[in-house]
Design a protein around this ligand. Structure first.
Ligand code: HEC
Ligand code: HEC
Length: 417
């Protein structure tokens, strides 16, 4: 059943926004009343408010090869929405077969990232778009050419006019970016099996998957991969415990990560912790695409981020858990058909009432909106890693995470914004 209702008016009014924020507040109070310690992973909101006309325009632009210099490459070339929102390659292939420097992340749920790109150099989805469009190895365009090409189209001028009625320029760099960003915001994957479980449907996960989540928390994966996106809300050094780059060799500029943005020594090899939401569908993994399978990526995490061994069976359970994080996406439908999920009726009702899926679930898990997630800072210490000798050791994360250096002394790693 697909009920298509208008999700918003042409311009999001400040009142609407206020309402969303105050809803969030109400529910934090409510969930406090439930008295449950909130899970470190939050469900993807069932619905996100987007301007449908702009998102529709953005969808076309996302698939538009004329955004590239020679009309061959669109955003979708590297972010295939029918295949996980990435390209399945170690590094992307851009214009004239030029190869990229890092592995393409999924675009799904990117609205929940606190920054965009592996090194966080773009602050918003809108800012991010200048990157691929002008990059010599991706689309190699210049904005005036793109604007001219779109003006020559039979549909675009009308579509822009409708979405940006007060803009005398009609088609502009700003509007193109705005429409694409609006579409990007609609690319969410709610109602994955894990989210159903969070919302109280205990049968949504099997025993191995539940065990995988328990292990994910126990080993301390969750100190870095957390929130609605199971990642995407902090920077962390890759190789916190063991030096990945020395082992791999051949260090490139891209390997320096966040350092390229801040110039801070402490940010060398720090990356935005990637979201694991769509990891079931986005092999290969890691910023350099070096992990062929999910299992390989999990092995790398144990070796370089945790510095410890784990039984095969634990790793397999974690992989099984990660696969339950992916949710549903329906192209051209900014409302999501929740199928036969036991929670469907309830959430359909929420959507009809304009409640953005923000109700406390049966087990007290608090729902959150994109705006809140993006600003959410990582909880100080939510997990403990268990060190090799079996003693529990807190893993500090967030802005003042500490890196265990080779001589055993801990040095501060600046993360966060
Ligand atoms: C040639 C392949 C290619 C094209 C074309 C391309 N991208 Fe990307 N995209 C990438 C790669 C590679 C990255 C990672 C770059 C980095 O982090 O330095 C990326 C990163 C992103 C991110 C950040 C995701 C995250 O988790 O940080 C978003 C959002 C995104 N692209 C959207 C777009 C949009 C919108 C377009 C079209 C305007 C586009 N991309 C065109 C390959 C591509
Ligand atoms: C100290 C922070 C930290 C901890 C702890 C951590 N990770 Fe990561 N994880 C990262 C960072 C940073 C990356 C990106 C590394 C890169 O590509 O350079 C990453 C990447 C990944 C990836 C690859 C995702 C992709 O799309 O490429 C997976 C899967 C993953 N982690 C799972 C786990 C699991 C499972 C655990 C626990 C066993 C764990 N992580 C523990 C920070 C952490």
């Amino acid at each position: 059943m697909k009920t298509r209702q208008k999700t918003s008016k042409p311009d999001r009014s400040p009142h609407r926004l206020l309402r969303v924020l105050s809803l969030g507040l109400t529910f934090s109070l409510v969930s406090a009343e439930y008295g449950d310690a909130a899970e470190p992973i939050k469900p993807v909101p069932i619905m996100i408010e987007v301007n449908e006309a702009k998102a529709e325009l953005g969808r076309r632009l996302f698939h538009e090869p004329r955004l590239s210099k020679n009309d061959t490459i669109s955003c979708a070339t590297c972010h295939d929405l029918s295949a996980g929102g990435d390209d399945g390659l170690v590094v992307s292939t851009g214009i004239e077969g030029r190869t990229g420097l890092v592995n393409a992340p999924t675009v799904f749920n990117s609205a929940f990232n606190f920054k965009q790109f592996w090194d966080g150099r773009a602050h918003t989805l809108k800012d991010q778009i200048d990157g691929p469009l002008q990059s010599r190895i991706e689309m190699e365009s210049i904005w005036p050419d793109v604007v001219t090409k779109l003006f020559q189209d039979k549909d675009y001028p009308r579509m822009f006019q409708e979405s940006y009625p007060n803009d005398p320029q009609i088609i502009s760099r700003e509007n193109i970016k705005d429409a694409i960003a609006e579409f990007m915001r609609s690319l969410i994957t709610p109602n994955g099996r894990f989210d159903q479980w969070l919302r109280g449907n205990t049968g949504a996960l099997n025993e191995q998957e539940k065990e995988g989540y328990a292990l994910f928390k126990r080993y301390g994966c969750v100190s870095c991969h957390q929130g609605a996106n199971v990642g995407g809300n902090m920077f962390q050094v890759f190789g916190v415990i063991n030096d990945y780059f020395r082992k791999r060799g051949n260090i490139t500029d891209a390997d320096l990560g966040r350092f390229n943005v801040t110039g801070n020594e402490a940010d060398k090899h720090a990356f935005k912790v990637p979201s694991l939401r769509m990891a079931a569908h986005t092999a290969p993994y890691l910023h350099d695409g070096s992990a062929e399978t999910l299992r390989d990526a999990v092995d790398a995490m144990f070796e370089f981020q945790l510095g410890r061994e784990a039984p095969d069976e634990d790793k397999e359970a974690i992989v099984a858990f990660i696969k339950t994080l992916a949710g549903e996406y329906q192209e051209n439908n900014y409302q999501f058909d929740l199928g036969q999920s036991p929670m469907s009726a309830e959430f359909q009702e929420d959507r009809r009432n304009g409640n953005l899926g923000q109700r406390p679930a049966a087990n007290g898990v608090q729902e959150i909106s994109t705006a809140e997630t993006a600003q959410e800072s990582p909880p100080a210490e939510i997990a403990e890693t268990v060190s090799q000798n079996g003693k529990a050791r807190p893993l500090r994360t967030g802005r003042t995470a500490r890196k265990a250096s080779k001589n055993g002394k801990a040095g501060p790693v600046r993360t966060g914004r």
